[in-house]
Design a protein around this ligand. Structure first.
Ligand code: RFL
Ligand code: PHB
Length: 390
């Protein structure tokens, strides 16, 4: 087989890239390790920046998102029974975020690819990238027991944190920056009414809690838990009891509980691999970087990478110019580091650090106290939460 761009990974990054390229007349083939049903069963992000929404619209996959997504003009940060509202719209000159599940977005992207007869292989194995530093790379993979080869101009590594693409960048070229937090999040999806119209991030002496939602009848909650915990250790009763204790009373009084539909544990990690390009390989999304979810930035960074990468590839195929491709890594990384800093800051401010001494606890309390009184500090959070411009 032959194509212009082989895209490894059929998550949001890979699907968005193939769709944007297709609309500009650039051919691609997507290789995905799992089945479509499996990809769509992963419950993840829920907060989309306006830049992400605009990109999804330009990929002609935004109709359902615009119909069903909920615009949020603010969110709350709670601590010690105090609640500070971050007025995103007022503090950023009118910017908001959209609540729309990653699963829904991924489904919309699959449907958009189907409509254009986009070429995609699911349940592939043994993907290998070859001859990256020459003019003619090729990718081999196993599908239905048969080996295949695709010759191409470029390879996009969109295969997430555990993918193989990043490993194709030689170790002596790659610098990895990593911070593993000493705790995880246990997340629960339930068919219950959200406790509030807006998202609530809560810091308590028992640890962090987050009340989010997917719709008026679907709630998504998270609790900080020890890194060694498994979902089996968290019965529904235990989860709801602990959540109640970590929220200000005025909020917990409104909490509707019910059976969980899904439960998962996510370790908190910050990771950035530089550079995001090697020869004819370009990394995008979680394949190159992970941020702790406290800033709601992972999917939005995947989208901004794809914005830079799709434009660079389209520019190359239209005009022969390499400029966008040569500056991709630098542009994408500048935005990634900024979001990593913000996500780290939110994580530090809102969690209990195991082994953290009382100096740290007082320092974090003081930060929240300052936040409640300082419009400048609220503006810093708001401008980062809605997303820095591309
Ligand atoms: P994905 O979604 O991991 O997709 C990668 C795809 O590649 C496939 N793959 C392979 N395919 C072929 N060959 C191989 N060798 C392969 N290895 C892997 C995988 O099967 C998969 O389908 O990466 P992508 O596309 O870069 O998207 C990134 C986002 O998924 C991620 O950043 C977000 O989910 C992060 N995130 C959040 N981001 C936000 O912007 N806002 C949020 O509110 C938010 N909340 C979250 C989150 C992530 C969470 N978890 C579970 C990590 C909340 C949580 C709990
Ligand atoms: C979510 O709704 O899943 C969610 C919301 C905000 C975050 C992380 C996850 O910071």
């Amino acid at each position: 087989m032959k194509t212009q761009v082989v895209i490894i990974g059929g998550g949001p990054s890979g699907l968005l890239l193939s769709q944007l390229l297709h609309l500009a007349g650039v051919d691609s083939i997507v290789l995905e390790r799992k089945s479509r049903a499996y990809v769509l069963s992963r419950i993840r992000a829920g907060v989309l920046e306006q830049g992400t929404c605009d990109l999804v619209r330009s990929a002609k996959a935004g109709a359902r998102m615009d119909r069903d997504g909920k615009v949020h003009s603010g969110f709350a940060m709670a601590y010690n029974d105090q609640i500070v509202r971050i007025d995103l719209e007022g503090l950023t000159g009118g910017k908001t975020v959209l609540i729309y599940g990653q699963t829904e977005l991924t489904q919309d992207l699959y449907e958009a690819r189907d409509k254009l007869n986009g070429m995609m292989f699911h349940e592939v194995d043994d993907v290998e990238i070859n001859r990256l530093t020459g003019d003619s790379p090729f990718v081999t993979f196993l599908h239905n027991g048969e080996m295949h080869r695709i010759d191409c101009d470029y390879v996009a590594g969109c295969d997430g944190f555990h993918g193989i693409s990043r490993q194709a960048v030689p170790a002596n070229v790659r610098t990895e920056y990593e911070k593993v937090y000493p705790f995880s999040w246990i997340g629960v999806l339930s068919k219950t009414r959200p406790v509030d119209e807006e998202i609530i991030y809560s810091r308590s002496s028992r640890g962090f809690a987050l009340c989010s939602m997917r719709s008026e009848t679907l709630s998504r909650h998270y609790l900080q838990c020890p890194a060694t915990d498994t979902p089996e250790e968290w019965s529904d009763d235990r989860f709801w009891n602990e959540l109640t204790r970590r929220l200000p009373r005025s909020v917990s009084e409104q909490l509707e509980t019910g059976p969980s539909l899904q439960k998962s544990v996510t370790p908190l990690r910050a990771f950035i691999s530089e550079p995001m390009q090697y020869g004819r390989l370009f990394l995008a999304g979680d394949a190159a970087h992970i941020v702790p979810p406290t800033g709601a930035k992972g999917l939005n960074l995947a989208a901004s990478d794809i914005y830079y990468l799709s434009n660079a590839l389209i520019e190359f195929y239209k005009s022969g110019s390499n400029t966008g491709l040569e500056t991709y890594s630098q542009k994408a990384l500048a935005r990634v580091w900024n979001a990593s800093r913000f996500s780290g800051f939110m994580t530090r401010m809102l969690h209990n650090f195991v082994g953290g001494d009382s100096f740290d606890v007082r320092w974090e309390d003081s930060l929240l106290e300052y936040l409640s009184r300082s419009k400048a500090q609220q503006t810093v959070i708001a401008e980062n939460y809605v997303g820095m411009p591309y």
